[in-house]
Ligand binder design. Sequence first.
Ligand SMILES: [Zn+2]
Length: 389
Amino acid sequence: MPVDHALAVSLLQDLVRIPSVNPDLVPGAPGEADVAAYIADALRSWGLTVDVVEAAAGRPNVVATLKGSGGGRTLLFNGHMDTVGVEGMAEPYSGELRDGRVYGRGAIDMKGSLAATMAATKALIDDGAQLHGDVVFTYVADEEYASLGTERVVADIASGRLPRPEAAVNTEPTGLRVGLGHKGFTWVEVTTEGKAAHGSRPDLGVDAIVKMGKVLVEVDRWQARLEAGDRHPLLGPGSVHASLIDGGREMSSYPDRCTLKLERRTVPPETADTVTAEVGGMLDRLAAADPTFAASSTVTFVRNPWQADLGSEIVSTTTVAIATVTDAPAETMTQTGWLDSALLGDAEIPTVICGPRGDGLHAVDESVEAASLGICAEIYEQIIRQFCG
Ligand SMILES: [Zn+2]
């Protein structure tokens, strides 16, 4: 049985009509529970083994397994069920099909590919496909905030609660291209120490805010160096910017403290350690030039950059599947923003990203190209047959 393209579209319409805004982004939002129940019910009714596992209280992951006959390899599909908020959208949950597109929050980010994995699964089942390996689908919570869902998946793989897959497909949208990487980020907090004193006593005070001005000048130079320096062949240069700044107590006092929060966007092989060394070098230079300069820094959060192993079988299998289904050479792409694929990569699971075509991620006019859903499902079906057959 070929993939049922109309099923892929109607599944997506159903998924869009079930709100799943991340409650950590929008207080009081419903989260993933209802959409998880819908997916779990459908897959269970088609004969898959389905577990609903809480990544946190009220934040379920759906883990569904299409069992093979044994002796094959395990392939993981991973996609998130949560969406960002809907402010400013006229009809965020319409799921309307108009002019060849399905509209609504999550249509492309990323309920479209969830529908495509389901349509691919249904086609395999209806066809009575004889797979040796298992296909494990993890529909996860919380990608748009703290990635609790995929962190739970990775922890369960590490503990043996879930089988270690030989490869993974992260189904974030790629426009039916082969997704090969994305940047990471490291958050750093820099604090300059001054000396509090009455505003009339420059002989006693040290101004922590003015000292931070020196740091900001250095951040500007740092960004210029990154822009002019080595470029990652796929992801380009890393970058740095100031995000938040805080300091001072009242008008007539020298501020004793100023805190700056920086974001350093990273590309392989940059890590939290290399960023720590960059910040340390910057602060050491400033201290060497100014005996009253005192500052410290700490890394507050890290998400690693990720690049696919270009020689991995999952990359070549996906490339061939796209070319076969679309009857055109597969194109590749990378993203600037961070995705859950890095967590799979950090767990040393060969990973690729592949998903449908659409527009308006996190915007008011989100939509997916309806025809790309069935095509995407056919690509997934091909990947599964090749990898697990
Ligand atoms: Zn997404």
